[in-house]
Design a protein around this ligand. Sequence first.
Ligand code: NAD
Length: 328
Amino acid sequence: MSQTKVLVTGAGGFIGHHLVTYLKKLGYWVRGVDIKYPEFSEVDADEFEILDLRRWDNCLQATRGIDEVYALAADMGGMGFISSHHAEILRNNALINIHTLEAARINGVQRYFFTSSACVYPEYRQMDANVIPLKEEDAYPAQPQDAYGWEKLIIERLCTHYRQDYGLETRIVRFHNIYGPEGTWEGGREKAPAALCRKIAVAKLTGNHEIEMWGDGEQTRSFCYIDDCLEGIYRLMRSDYPHPLNLGSDRMVTINELAYIIADIAGIKITIKHIEGPVGVRGRNSDNTRLREVLGWEPQISLEEGLARTYPWIEQQVAKKLGLPIPA
Ligand code: NAD
């Protein structure tokens, strides 16, 4: 049998770059596409093309000769970015996804994986820190907090219609806070785990153990390590389940707790200074009942273990940036 050819869009980004490596190890021929190369390590893809996927002609080029697409390209970031760039996010991501999906259809792609988000869930179900974990059907009646979530919801539906109307096998995942090494850790697009690892690394390396945190830190989330994310993506892609599926951990922690776990790993005591800033919904957790049913699996790596693999990498980046000796 000839080698299956896959396209990973957003292959210059955090999850996409790891996914390329994962799929190469499984024996696929892989094309990566992004508007930038991965920042922190070499590309493992057979081909890597710099293409702006907001453009239709580029989407046709990206999907030529491809059997399966993993669509990860998105204009995205943490709460600071998502809560303040609504028009840009909705426009860019809608263009990317509408064009990539249609180009995949025109080019005869057989399977298409769309990466949605827990941000599709309605704000009214996430008002309490002690939130009821979110089931897939809780997405409706829809009221996502930000334009980022609305766009994801629309593309989930578009994927469903492409499957029903055109027979393109689409798979839809809703990620809940994926973290790990080689993710964005500075610059304004980083998410809470990376931002806290950076702040705690700076605290450790400079000896000033006070860190700033947006809000009171009592907002809750769950966090999923990148290796679990990759396995979940692959299991879902190979499954026959066509509806949106949560992929995340169902262990909820407060952002304060997250900071103290990281500080323990760093081996320092911190004090937290709470400041004004965008914090998102008050509470969010994944209900993994359907994930377990459909995939016969759930994320395996504990938050402590995942952060113990992530923090040292961020500490090294911070040390490099500060011109200090690189920690082992
Ligand atoms: P990321 O920002 O690291 O990667 C996204 C990549 O898309 C970037 O490399 C970016 O350059 C690329 N991109 C942006 N605009 C593009 C364009 N016009 N053409 C081509 N490429 C473009 O983000 P990530 O964390 O790796 O996320 C991957 C996917 O998973 C995204 O769709 C994101 O919305 C989704 N997601 C991620 C999380 C998470 O916790 N990381 C949570 C929910 C959903």
